[in-house]
Every structure is written in structure tokens, then in C-alpha cells.
Design a protein around this ligand. Structure first.
Ligand code: CA
Length: 494
């Protein structure tokens, strides 16, 4: 029965009426691994300069890699709210990280729960209000720590000892193996804190990359010529804004157990001694900061990668791999030295883009890739279609299930809409814009400044063409498209 159903799906045929009741074992399980600040360019399958990420790469090898997947507001809380609701920030209400998510609005976990799915959430939540739509949750308070986390559940809270990436995976796998109702299909959200600032590696990865030098990004010493003033005024540079005792680990973090502290000091003290004996200055200090930052960032990723391996093995062991759609993505992208930066927020590619890998045995072609424009705005509609939710959900996104089935969508998308609202941490100015397959236009209303990039000839976005005589017709076209998109989504632009 299961085989026949998968064969039908493989032909792109959705079994009509085969849905909706509780306990319908034919509907696929959905397991979403949702990262915090994981840059696509640091994943082996996306061509990482820092080497392979074997278990994450295995998801890509068995599934589909999306090469044009983007967020719509590149910051944690807002991106999460968009993912849950399929509504842009000005509709779901979480415009910046100060916002509290209104859990009474429609979300895909609620829609799936109502349609008979067993829903659970583990790890980073970061939306301030209590999670809704989950039969069970265990979440970090706010950002949560890298070590010895407290997990809040529907009945109270529990303190755990150890490394958060591993503990969150342990909790999710225990639920998968013993906690859920096996008669229902499940939605499992496994949301890591890693690799969010301040990039504290796990005990197994403390010495990883110790004897290698990471390659420097070509734009590490970007001078931001021709671009908006905010590029020079930002406070997120590798050169000046990484804190010695916090980001760069010149002192051990507080709250570690004696054993944890011992391992930590063994890993960091030899390098710290060298640094103190001969502290680099100028460009050399920037390079030192980059190595220190990028390695800790990647150590956190490799800690996640090891846990992804455990998830893949657990799905196999429980014979769940065939009927579980596995999604690997992140709330937004990140800078790992590109343009001289860490952090996110900007509409430039590194923080606009998100990794998106989908494994769906029997449907998605193994090792395939897709270059349609998709967004985190699309998850809710996609999951409703996968779970065959009757009537779906009203969202501003569109399901990318056709792309998974290798079918050209009837309603194509020729551009995505972006808006960053926050005016605060890291001093990045509010901006909004449009990205097509080949170009990007960004408006900075506070400065009354426009940027226009040709992404094909200038993928690093170093040459702003907005004032260029030859590009005025294109600029006007993109400006009017941007206005039309804002109107379509009901947003009022400044
Ligand atoms: Ca984030």
C-alpha cells in the first residue's frame, strides 16, 4: 500500500482523497532541522571554502539543493515568524527582534495538528510568547546558552548538563523513538541555537581546524565604495566589532563546569599565549580575528553536522527514512568575512540567502538542484500541501511542492520582496528591495539612496549601478516592480 502510494507520488500524482483523517499513515512525516544563522556558503554541498560538512552534505546528495532560497527579513525573530505564518513581517507583527510573536494567529504547526499530525518542537524558539500549535515542546529561553541549557516545556522547565546542540538532538530523538503517538504522522521541528553568536564550540570540536588556515574571502577588505553610507557606519566588522573576551575567546566563557573549563583552556590557551606575546595590528589583526571567528563558527557547524548524522541514523533505525520528508534550512544567512563582516540583516546575498536542502525518498531526485526563487515565506503553504491539509492556509507565500516533484509551477515568481525594519544593534539602516533572477535593487529611505546590482556580472555586489546612465531604464523597471510587490503584499513603504 505504501509502495503504491509512493509510486503515485513519484509520477507527480497526488492521491485524491487519500488524506485528512487522523492516523492516515500514508501522509509523510515532516522533520525540519532549522538552524540559527547558518550561512549556505559554509556547507560543503554549496561549495564551502572550509571543507565538507559530511552529514548535511548527505541530505543534499540524497535530495534537492535549492540555490535561490531567501529570507524576507534577515534577522532571527522576524524570520521565524515569517516561516511559521507564511506572512511578511508587517502582517505577522514581528518586524524586529524586539517584537513578540502573537501565537493566536494561523501557523502551519497549528494547521498540521488540526489535520491529524503529531507536532513537536525542540530547541531555539526566540519568539518570546509561549509556542502554540505543538503537542509537545522543549525550548530555550530567549537565545539560550551553548552549554548547560534550561529547556522550557508545556508544564515547566528542566535544567540539562552538557552541550546544547547535542542535548536538543537527544530530546528530539527521544520523542521520535518513544514520546510520540506512532499512529499519527508527525511534524518534528529541531531548531538549533548553533551557529549563533558567540560561536562556542562543543567539547568534541574544540580542537578542530587547529592546524589549518582558512582561506580569506575575496571581499574581506571591501571598501564599500559606491554603496550606501550604512556600509561604513555599521558595527559588525571583523576588524573592529568582535569583542575580545566574548567573540574571540581571549577569556573563557562563564558558566562552564570544571571539566568543560579544562577542555576549553587546553584548546584556547596555547593560541592565546601566542597572541599575547605578539599581538598583531592593522590588517594582520583583522586576519587573526577572521581565523578565530570563522573557525569557531565552523566548529559550531561541525557540532551540528555530527548531530545531523545521529538524526539520519535514528530515522534509518526506526524505518522512518522512506516516509519522512527531511528539510535542512536556517532562519537567515550570515557573513563569514564577506564584505569584512560577521552577522546578517543586509539584503546582500550572504545574509539574504538561506540553505535549503530537502530529502524526500521516492519523489525528489537524489543529488538534484533547483534555481527557482523560493522564500521562507513559502514553508507554510508547502507544509500544508505536503500534509494534505484541507483548504490549506491563507498565506503570502506559494508552495514549492511542484519544484520538489520537478514540475514547473503554474504560477511562476519572477522576483522576491525584502524588508528589514530594525534600527538598533549593529547599526544597519532599515532598507527594502527586490531581487529578480539576475538583478537586485535596494532602497535606503533614511539616506534617500538606491543600489542596483547585476548579480550575473557582479555576484559579490561590489558595483552599484543605480547612478549609471546606461541602467536607468532597468532601475525604473525594478522600482515600479518593487512598488507593485509592496502593494500586492499590503505593505506601505516609507
Ligand atoms: Ca538567526
Amino acid at each position: 500500500m505504501l509502495g503504491a502510494s509512493l509510486a503515485l507520488i513519484g509520477l507527480g500524482v497526488v492521491p485524491v482523497g487519500a488524506a485528512t483523517g487522523e492516523g492516515n499513515a500514508q501522509r509523510p512525516n515532516i522533520l525540519m532541522i532549522y538552524m540559527d544563522d547558518h550561512a549556505a556558503q559554509t556547507i560543503g554541498a554549496y561549495g564551502s571554502a572550509f571543507g565538507p560538512t559530511p552529514n548535511i552534505d548527505a541530505i543534499a546528495a540524497a535530495g534537492m539543493r535549492f540555490d535561490r532560497a531567501f529570507c524576507s527579513n534577515s534577522i532571527c525573530g522576524p524570520a521565524r515568524a515569517v516561516t511559521l505564518t507564511g506572512q511578511h513581517s508587517h502582517i505577522n507583527g514581528v518586524r524586529d527582534n524586539r517584537g513578540t510573536f502573537d501565537g493566536s494567529q494561523a501557523t502551519f504547526p497549528k494547521a498540521l495538528a488540526k489535520a491529524g499530525y503529531e507536532t513537536a518542537l525542540f530547541g531555539k524558539w526566540h519568539l518570546k510568547s509561549t509556542p502554540t500549535g505543538f503537542a509537545h515542546f522543549e525550548v530555550l529561553r530567549g537565545q539560550g546558552p551553548y552549554y548547560n541549557p534550561l529547556l522550557i516545556n508545556e508544564n515547566g522547565q528542566e535544567k540539562h548538563r552538557g552541550y546544547t546542540t547535542r542535548i536538543v538532538t537527544d530530546r528530539a530523538l527521544e520523542w521520535l523513538q518513544k514520546g510520540r503517538n506512532p499512529k499519527k504522522p508527525f511534524l518534528l521541528m529541531l531548531q538549533h541555537k548553533a551557529p549563533h553568536r558567540n560561536w562556542q564550540p562543543g567539547p568534541e570540536e574544540l580542537l578542530l581546524f587547529d592546524n589549518v588556515a582558512f582561506p580569506y574571502p575575496a571581499t574581506l577588505f571591501d571598501d564599500w565604495a559606491t554603496r550606501n553610507r550604512g556600509c561604513r557606519d555599521q558595527e559588525m566588522s571583523i576588524a573592529h566589532h568582535l569583542r575580545d573576551n566574548y567573540d574571540l575567546k581571549l577569556a573563557a566563557p562563564r558558566g562552564l563546569d570544571p571539566e568543560q573549563l579544562k577542555a576549553w583552556n587546553a584548546a584556547y590557551e596555547p593560541r592565546n599565549k601566542l597572541f599575547r606575546a605578539n599581538p598583531p595590528t592593522g590588517e594582520a589583526r583583522t586576519r587573526w580575528n577572521f581565523q578565530r571567528y570563522a573557525k569557531d563558527y565552523m566548529r559550531c557547524i561541525m557540532g551540528v553536522d555530527a548531530q545531523v548524522g545521529r538524526v539520519l541514523a535514528a530515522l534509518d533505525a526506526a524505518q522512518l527514512s522512506q516516509n519522512t520528508i527531511l528539510i535542512y534550512t536556517s532562519d537567515q544567512g550570515f557573513y563569514v568575512g564577506e564584505h569584512g563582516w560577521y552577522d546578517k540583516r543586509w539584503m546582500y546575498e550572504e545574509s539574504l540567502k538561506v540553505p535549503l536542502l530537502v530529502r524526500w525518498p521516492g519523489v525528489v531526485t537524489a543529488g538534484s538542484s533547483d534555481d527557482h526563487l523560493v522564500q521562507n515565506l513559502d514553508f507554510a503553504a508547502t507544509f500544508c500541501e505536503l500534509a494534505e491539509v484541507p483548504d490549506g492556509m491563507q498565506t503570502q507565500g506559494q508552495s514549492f511542492v511542484p519544484l520538489l516533484r520537478n514540475i514547473e509551477p503554474s504560477e511562476g515568481r519572477d522576483a522576491i520582496y525584502y524588508r528589514y525594519f530594525e534600527k538598533g544593534e549593529h547599526n544597519v539602516p532599515p532598507h527594502h528591495g527586490i531581487r529578480t533572477r539576475s538583478h537586485k535593487l535596494i532602497r535606503y529611505p533614511d539616506e534617500d539612496f538606491t543600489e542596483l546590482f547585476d548579480l550575473e556580472s557582479d555576484p559579490s555586489e561590489l558595483r552599484n549601478l543605480a547612478a549609471d546612465e546606461e541602467h536607468q531604464a532597468l532601475r525604473r523597471d525594478l522600482e515600479s516592480k518593487l512598488k507593485a510587490l509592496a502593494a500586492k503584499f499590503g505593505d506601505r513603504l516609507p
